[in-house]
Ligand binder design. Structure first.
Ligand code: HEM
Length: 540
């Protein structure tokens, strides 16, 4: 009787406690909401209501894949600055770009990056938040991206570009008819992925994934994409990872991310076994050898794994997105394809002359095509946030206090009409002064001031020269060997009316923001180029 009473009493107490806990939680939430809307230092900034009160707004956007588009939509609605999270501001001006990323701004990478490494000791140059730790990594890694290193790596890039070129024309129609017949429709997202993953496999793990040749390891592309997507989702609200909710809420994405980590560890161990007993001058060679000139220290084993892991994510998907979008814009704008082909054919007389160096760099129209593709469809189109340090930061006349995340998303800035005339149109000429009426040194400089596909400043992309090399060598070689066109009746990659945020420009290559990007299409047909001088008309 007594014990029952006691039991009854205990249950009663627990219930009351639970009730009070729930009530207190709701009171806390209500208080926090009121604070965030009224007394919070960012209360005066405009933005979507949900974004002002909770980071779940950002989580939802990150999960949807349309986060870059939502930034553009919100900037159109709220102006050059808006609040995209309770403690976060997005800017959309060239001056803010400079203040937040250029020179030595009073910021560090935000906690967004803390969730990128699966374990703390695996943090990489990209996820390093501490400035000193990052500085050391950047100095060590810069050996792997030196001009000498680039020359040594060209071999591995070209081997794979040759295979791609062969595959594009390697089908019965072209073999039997030699020329004049269009080949099958090829999904260029896939083929560009195969190329760039094979190149990064060579450079980071000492062995190609062989995706261009066979389909055994092609699923790795999906694993890598999911790893990046998981990072984006968790980065928008790191608490999800702290509470272990990632496994519950995003089970499938989490699983694939872990599969990629396991896969890359195996590749890493295989490359480690070979060590320096090889004449390969790949990233690994430089990473194993390199020492920080200031401290004399190299990388530890977990750091080496973290860096190799990162290289695949950072270097393959971004580069393939650039290539696929360049193909997209070229076939949707055949006059630009013609101009680019004219330039390449008049610069080179043999496909094997197309390699790293000043002759390739003299192809200014080719370079403009690449830049314009990355402008409209930036491979990292969403927010790359920075946290303001003690003392605050002045941006566009606003004093931002310590602890606030600030940043620029490339997609909206690249579509800002203040810097880009007719921003929705693919116009490579906008990057070459005097190339058409209205394009002057001043307009080119203005465009450059708001151009940030690789970010800017001391956390900007270290792989930029490698990326340009790979993309320009590939495009130049393909256009030298082939004519190409959009496969009739296909539309993969086009904007569609059902897309979110009112952006459905048919002629804009659509990406899904997963920090890097998901993509599909375009479907393209190739046929061998026959005439030695000049170009064949490209049949519609
Ligand atoms: C067109 C291709 C590429 C684009 C658009 C691109 C874009 C970017 C961007 C926007 C960042 C800054 C990210 C942030 O602040 O969070 C970045 C950083 C980085 N990228 Fe790239 N990237 C490309 C190719 C590559 C390649 C080929 C590599 C290496 C093989 C690479 C390695 C890195 C690394 C290591 C960082 C971190 C740098 C640091 O924090 O010091 N990227 N990239």
């Amino acid at each position: 009787m007594l014990s029952l009473k006691i039991d009854g009493g205990v249950v009663g107490v627990i219930s009351t406690l639970t009730l009070w806990s729930i009530l207190s939680f709701f009171v806390y939430l209500a208080g926090l909401t009121i604070y965030r809307l009224t007394l919070h230092p960012l209360a005066k900034y405009p933005g979507p209501f949900c974004a002002k009160i909770t980071d779940w707004y950002s989580v939802y956007q990150a999960y949807s894949g349309d986060r870059h588009l939502s930034f553009a939509y919100n900037h159109e609605k709220y102006g050059p600055v808006f609040r995209y999270g309770p403690n976060s501001l997005s800017f959309n001006t060239n001056t803010a770009l400079k203040s937040i990323y250029g020179g030595k701004p009073n910021v560090e990478k935000s906690q967004f990056y803390s969730v990128f490494p699966p374990k703390k000791e695996l943090f990489s140059i990209h996820s390093a938040i501490d400035k000193v730790a990052h500085g050391r990594k950047r100095r060590v890694l810069s050996h792997a991206f030196s001009e000498t290193a680039m020359k040594g790596m060209e071999k591995y890039i070209l081997e794979n570009v040759r295979i791609l070129c062969d595959k594009l024309g390697n089908h019965p129609a072209l073999k039997e008819k030699a020329a004049g017949e269009w080949g099958p429709a090829l999904n260029m997202s896939d083929w560009c992925n195969y190329l760039t993953f094979d190149v990064m496999g060579e450079l980071a793990f000492g062995k190609t994934f062989n995706m261009l040749e066979n389909d055994e390891e092609r699923d790795v592309i999906k694993l890598v994409a999911n790893a990046s997507w998981m990072h984006l989702i968790l980065g928008t609200y790191p608490m999800i990872k702290t509470l272990g909710l990632n496994k519950i809420l995003f089970g499938e994405i989490y699983k694939r991310r872990m599969q990629y980590m396991a896969y890359s560890k195996v590749q890493f161990e295989k490359r480690m076994k070979v060590g320096l007993e090889t004449d390969r001058k790949d990233f690994f060679f430089y990473l194993l050898n390199a020492r920080d000139p200031e401290t004399g220290r190299g990388f530890t084993m977990p750091e080496l794994l973290g860096e190799s892991n990162l290289m695949i994510i950072a270097g393959s998907d971004t580069t393939s997105t650039t290539l696929a979008s360049a193909f997209f814009y070229l076939v949707y704008n055949p006059h630009t394809l013609q101009k680019m082909a004219d330039e390449v054919l008049s610069t080179f007389s043999d496909v094997e002359d197309i390699r790293h160096g000043p002759t390739l760099n003299s192809c200014v129209y080719l370079r403009a095509v690449v830049d314009e593709a990355m402008r409209i469809s930036p491979p990292v189109g969403g927010m790359v946030p920075r946290r303001v340090l003690p003392g605050g930061l002045d941006v566009d006349g606003f004093h931002i206090p310590e602890g606030i995340d600030v940043g620029i998303a490339a997609y909206p800035l690249h579509h800002n009409p203040n810097y880009f005339n007719a921003p929705e149109k693919f116009i490579p000429e906008r990057w070459i002064s005097d190339s058409m009426p209205g394009i002057t040194k001043e307009t080119v400089a203005l465009a450059n001031s708001a151009y940030t596909p690789f970010s800017i400043g001391n956390r900007a992309c270290i792989g930029k020269p490698l990326a340009y090399d790979e993309v320009m060598m590939t495009l130049a070689r393909v256009v030298f060997m082939y004519e190409f066109r959009l496969a009739p009746g296909t539309s993969a990659g086009e904007g569609r009316p059902e897309l979110a945020w009112g952006r459905h420009n048919r002629e804009e290559y659509q990406l899904k923001d997963a920090f890097t990007s998901f993509k599909d299409g375009p479907y393209i047909q190739f046929r061998a180029r026959v005439q030695e001088n000049g170009l064949q008309e490209i049949a519609e």
